[in-house]
Design a protein around this ligand. Structure first.
Ligand code: ATP
Length: 236
């Protein structure tokens, strides 16, 4: 499996306050990886550093073999990283359909790319709501739209921050099923979510952050066998 994303020894700050300390993480092509940790441990900061929303003060990030740690978020998006941000950031005054087609592209050069029809088949609820405005959607529908919007760019890697935060249990199950299908379609996934027992069933590998440092990394089998880690670092 070849490396898609390589984060090496990054330190990221908010002004004088250091949030990440030598964070290292890698994702192989088509792999699903999670970033776990309690609130405030640096997950969103790590995602922001990868996606170009924050600039690491030191360290390097390579995507498909090219350095991206000095690039802006637009450029990184165009290279094939699709972000589903915390809070979804749906355009409230565009319809569902407009939200989906606005940035449609085939960035990974897929032979059978994600299209509007495919996204509507994947999320039938979005097809039903296609003429509704972004601000008329439920939380679950907004999350489906945010995922659909990222898929419409046909990224190599999709990153979901707080994938199921605030969603009803049935919708959460639906989102997790979708993540499995996205991975099967060949797109790599980096997911932040707190339901570690669910993530173990669908992801390949996991990283645990504590106070801005990676404290543990390993496979689903390893994480499932070490429930002491869950208590120590995840509070479950
Ligand atoms: P959550 O799940 O609560 O979003 P997280 O693991 O994603 O938690 P981060 O949001 O990355 O954590 O926060 C890491 C650290 O950086 C925390 O100590 C937080 O207080 C700090 N931090 C986050 N955003 C800012 C900001 N805009 N300005 C200053 N400090 C910040």
């Amino acid at each position: 499996m070849s490396l898609l994303l390589e984060v090496r020894n990054i330190d990221t700050f908010y002004h004088a306050s250091q949030a990440l300390f030598g964070v290292e993480l890698c994702i192989g092509q088509g792999e699903m990886v999670t970033l776990l940790g309690r609130n405030g441990m640096g997950k969103t900061t790590t995602v922001g550093s990868i996606a170009g929303l924050l600039r690491p003060r030191s360290g390097v990030i390579h995507f498909r073999g090219k350095p991206i740690h000095d690039l802006d978020a637009d450029r990184i998006g165009r290279m094939g990283i699709g972000l589903v941000p915390e809070g979804r950031q749906i355009f409230p005054n565009l319809t569902v359909r407009e939200n989906l087609v606005a940035w449609a592209a085939n960035r990974n050069g897929a032979a059978d790319p994600w299209t509007l029809d495919k996204v509507f088949a994947f999320f039938p609820r979005l097809a039903e709501r296609q003429a509704n405005m972004g601000n008329q959607l439920s939380g679950g529908e907004q999350q489906m739209l945010a995922i659909g919007r990222a898929l419409m760019t046909n990224p190599y890697l999709i990153i979901l921050d707080e994938a199921t935060e605030g969603l009803a249990p049935l919708i959460r199950e639906q989102i997790w099923r979708c993540l499995g299908l996205i991975k099967e379609s060949g797109i790599a996934v980096l997911v932040i979510d707190k339901y570690v027992n669910k993530l173990i069933g669908i992801a390949d590998r996991h990283y645990i952050l504590e106070r801005g440092r990676i404290r543990w990394q390993g496979t689903s089998t390893e994480l499932a066998a070490q429930s002491d880690l869950w208590h120590r670092y995840l509070g479950v």
